[in-house]
Design a protein around this ligand. Structure first.
Ligand code: NAD
Ligand code: UDP
Length: 319
């Protein structure tokens, strides 16, 4: 298949490129590097089946040749206001990637009659009142809160994707991705795993926001990529949660990372730096993924962190 991947120079997009190329597909990667990096694709230069187009998906997209599938992954994704790469500092760009970028990529898919996959997010559930979150839950989102530029752009993107499916009969799919980590995460995007790993590897205390009893459920990147590819090759049109249901408090995540890295500096509690309402709990219900695409994650948090640490050590100049 000829596959267009937007956000190809990002964390998830670059792993999707690698995996789909290894399965024999031809990939056109598209990115404007607003939060991603050419480093994530450097190893693909000279690869016969890979081409790259530097382009902002908020603008009209033209790609030469036949496209069999479009995966729309372009969007800033970190909620951290302290990072220039977090969506609080890129509010308009975030809304444009989710709204205009989704419209333009749906247009490409319609022109080519392609399968289309939208990268949505657990953030569309907001600060959830239902736990764990099933796809049937409508969410609890503040439409004008500081996180809304991301949450509402993704909710709009889901609505537009379903409109193209219902009105134009486009073969669309929606993946609601829960917190994912692994090699090629941006070290400075302010998310919990990169912050904690860097602090631990420098023998510093880990910055836990608030009391650290908010929870998340962290999925290792390879597991997630396998699920996305299964969804791509399925016929499913309704949203599917993908994530690891193993729920952990942020304080316990910090303790686990300190244990694995043998960091004895403990944690430092900070006022919650998160903008808007930092969701209290988040855990995917993955029964639909299990039924529809026979998917479940295989990597435990300990294993996934051990696989991620060498990437951080290399980027930090320790290896
Ligand atoms: P990332 O920042 O590493 O990758 C996003 C990529 O999109 C970057 O390379 C960036 O430069 C590019 N991009 C952003 N706006 C663009 C635009 N207008 N035009 C072209 N390229 C643009 O983030 P990620 O973690 O890889 O996230 C990828 C997708 O998955 C996003 O849509 C995000 O919302 C979604 N997602 C990720 C997670 C996660 O835990 N990583 C969770 C839920 C959803
Ligand atoms: N967090 C933290 N310390 C950090 C970075 C993040 O305690 O240095 C917390 C953050 O407040 C949130 C959780 O970790 O409760 C996950 O944050 P992340 O930015 O990774 O993703 P989110 O799930 O909020 O999108």
């Amino acid at each position: 298949m000829n596959i267009l991947i937007t956000g190809a120079a990002g964390f998830l997009g670059s792993h999707l490129c690698d995996k789909l190329l290894s399965e024999g597909h031809t990939i056109i990667g598209m990115d404007n590097f607003i939060t991603g990096s050419p480093d994530n694709l450097a190893h693909l230069s000279g690869t016969q089946n890979f081409t790259f187009i530097r382009h902002d998906v908020a603008n009209f997209i033209f790609v030469p040749g036949k496209i069999d599938a479009v995966l729309h992954f372009a969007s800033p994704a970190s909620p951290n206001p302290a990072s220039p790469f977090g969506f609080p500092n890129l509010p308009i760009q975030t809304m444009k990637a989710g709204a205009l970028g989704t419209h333009n990529t749906l247009g490409v898919a319609r022109a080519h009659d392609s399968r289309y996959i939208l990268a949505s997010t657990s953030e569309i559930y907001g600060n959830p009142l239902e736990h764990p979150q099933k796809e049937s839950y409508w969410g609890n989102v503040d439409p004008i809160g500081l996180r809304s530029v991301y949450d509402e752009a993704k909710r709009f993107a889901e609505a537009l994707t379903m409109a193209y499916h219902r009105y134009h009969g486009l073969n669309t799919g929606i993946v609601r991705i829960f917190n994912t980590y692994g090699p090629r995460m941006r070290l400075d995007d302010g998310r919990a795993v990169p912050n904690f790993l860097q602090q631990a590897l420098q023998n510093k205390p880990l910055t836990v926001y608030g009391k650290g009893n908010q929870t998340r459920s962290f999925c290792y990147v390879n597991d997630l990529i396998d699920g996305i590819i299964k969804l791509l090759f399925s016929e499913e049109h309704l949203p599917v949660n993908l994530g690891n249901p193993h729920e952990i408090s942020i304080l316990n995540l910090a303790k686990l990372i300190n244990k694995i890295t043998e960091n004895e500096m403990g944690v430092k509690f900070l006022d919650n730096m998160s903008i808007g309402k930092d969701p209290d709990r988040r855990q995917p219900d993955i029964h639909r993924a299990n039924e529809i695409i026979q998917w479940e994650p295989k990597t435990t948090l300990d294993e996934g962190l051990l696989k991620t640490i060498p990437y951080f050590q290399t980027k930090m100049g320790f290896l």
